[in-house]
Design a protein around this ligand. Structure first.
Ligand code: ADP
Length: 540
């Protein structure tokens, strides 16, 4: 029909232009490996991102759709790659620093990465895999001498003209970035983000009732830039003109808390294990840090225990914003920002809601499926969460064997078991592979863990399924006690008993010094299963 709206392309160049035209003087601060701070503004970032794009094309010969890997901490040069690579029509492929060299080799080779941009401080790790991947060029970032066989990042930027990019519009459906799932089951798989998905994800993240990032915010993402698209923050912040603060390699509680105060941080984000470390540091040294400017700590990647949410708010005035997402969903899927319905409830009830995963983001739809088809939204029936939306993967990169993750009508099967309330509030009960299937019924390990972490003596708790002759599986709780504290099995069971049906209570507890973590800091339950699930239960 004639008279239609323009076919305006929702792409990363549009985000860049907005930052350049409207927010040029807003700051980007980075803690360097020597702990000093580097500061510049979007006015400095934009031409450098364009130079990178031009150099990759004109000097190194890359073309549309070529993949450029990054192997970096969170810092301003990583942001330049995040934005510059897609502005040049290429695809940023963030590699996880904590992976084994065999996995990095597989992921970079499978991703078809032609160029690697890596931190000089990470070079010992780079050497473990760079020779095993057919990279055509390796670019070294940061202070210090250029490693053998690498191109100096600053030299590369200097070699290009910022306006030497071809003058054309990038199709919003073209690929802009890519990230591999951790592959806890099977080989890692690549999710590919389009320009349009990133643009809409930024818009949705900035919305009130969502993460609500605005120009006035100072955002310090603790989440590594290699984890799930850095939860979209590099793009969202550039889009709204928020100041960005990058912690570099310093992710310990004290360094982060110091940075919050110094930079007047308002929003920060990371997985629960990071926040547990920060909570311990704050509890131990309550008057040392100024966290008064922080208005939202976004917690996602694993369930935020209710006890942690309450402890931050009641003891330190810090507000946790619980969100759920996946590498395959850009990653924002749902946010637990209470609506007027929840705000009308008692304080105790409100905290219960804050520990749930919340309402789906706009342009993001949910449903859940049990053995008998789609389950009712009754807040009680468990089913596997299926999603579709403007930033949900429609397939994995070059992995036909992953096609079974999509339903026939095109919804993505998340592998998360949920209940959905009549008004759409999601509660993640478990990953399907972590559920305890006891006597034909499901037990949520997440619910048991959350409750256990509310016990004053418990620092961390992970619940796993162990084989059982009679019930097929039973829950076993692996517990880390706070320093100098302990509780008996009976005391823990007594603590849980009022909150759960009797058959949900763990039959067995194991005390450990530390729960093994994955490359992005989540509990590595597979390792716990290997360690404990094969031993016969002592008490059955
Ligand atoms: P992986 O954990 O496999 O490395 P992702 O980071 O993409 O990869 O993880 C996505 C998964 O993390 C989700 O499917 C879900 O199981 C879990 N998850 C993410 N956010 C939350 C949350 N707020 N509560 C509970 N689980 C979460």
């Amino acid at each position: 029909m004639e008279g239609l709206i323009m076919d305006y392309q929702l792409n990363v160049p549009a985000i860049l232009r907005r930052a350049e035209q409207l927010f040029a003087d807003k700051e980007i601060a980075t803690r360097l490996p020597d702990r000093s701070w580097h500061r510049y503004t979007y006015a400095d970032l934009v031409p450098r991102a364009r130079r990178l794009a031009a150099a990759l094309r004109n000097e190194l010969g890359l073309v549309d759709g070529d993949r450029v890997a990054t192997f970096s901490w969170n810092h301003y040069q990583h942001l330049e790659a995040y934005i510059g690579v897609p502005v040049g029509g290429m695809v940023t492929h963030t590699l996880n620093l904590r992976l084994h060299p065999d996995d990095l080799t597989y992921i970079a080779t499978h991703g078809g990465d032609r160029v690697l941009i890596a931190d000089k401080v990470l070079w010992p790790l780079v050497e473990n895999f760079r020779g095993r991947v057919p990279f055509e060029h390796v670019i070294a970032v940061g202070d210090g001498p250029t490693p053998d066989g690498a191109i100096e990042y600053e030299d590369l930027l200097a070699s290009a003209e910022p306006d030497a990019l071809p003058d054309r519009e990038i199709d919003e459906r073209a690929a802009a970035a890519m990230c591999y799932t951790s592959g806890t089951t099977g080989r890692p798989k690549g999710a590919v983000y389009s320009h349009r998905a990133i643009a809409l994800h930024s818009l949705a993240s900035a919305m009130a009732g969502s993460l609500a990032v605005t120009e006035a915010d100072v955002v310090l993402p603790v989440v590594p830039m290699f984890h799930a698209n850095a939860w979209g923050f590099p793009f969202t912040c550039a889009f709204v003109g928020a100041k960005q603060v990058f912690p570099g390699p310093f992710l310990d509680g004290a360094s982060l808390l110091e940075a919050f105060g110094q930079e007047r941080v308002t929003i920060t984000a990371g997985v629960p294990t990071i926040w547990m470390a920060i909570l311990q540091e704050l509890d131990a040294n309550p008057d040392t840090y100024d966290v008064s400017t922080v208005r939202a700590m976004v917690v996602g990647g694993a369930a935020a225990p209710q006890a942690m949410i309450e402890a931050f708010e009641k003891r330190h005035g810090l507000r946790v914003l619980h969100a759920w997402g996946m590498t395959e969903t850009c990653p924002l899927g749902s946010i637990s920002e209470p609506t007027s319905r929840e705000r009308a409830l008692s304080e105790a009830e409100q905290y219960r809601y804050r520990a749930k995963q919340g309402l789906p983001a706009p342009f993001f739809e949910i449903r859940a499926r049990g053995a008998e088809g789609l389950v009712p939204w009754d807040g009680a029936t468990m089913g596997e969460l299926e999603v579709r939306g403007a930033w949900v993967s429609s397939s994995y990169h070059d992995s036909p064997e992953g096609a079974d993750r999509w339903t026939e009508d095109g919804w993505f099967k998340t592998g998360d078991i949920v209940t959905i309330e009549p008004h759409g509030y999601i509660e993640i009960q478990d990953r399907s592979k972590d559920l305890v299937k006891s006597g034909g019924e499901w037990i949520s390990t997440v619910a048991l863990e959350n409750a256990l972490m509310g016990h004053p003596a418990v620092a961390e708790a992970a619940v796993i399924a162990v084989p059982d002759e009679k019930w097929s599986e039973r829950p076993l709780a692996v517990v880390v006690f706070r320093e100098g504290q302990a509780a008996s099995d009976e005391e823990l069971t007594e603590f849980l008993a009022p909150q759960f049906a009797k058959w949900w209570l763990p039959d067995r507890y194991e005390v450990v010094d530390e729960i093994p973590k994955t490359a992005v800091g989540k509990f590595r339950k597979m390792a716990l299963r290997e360690r404990f699930a094969t031993q016969p239960a002592e008490t059955a």
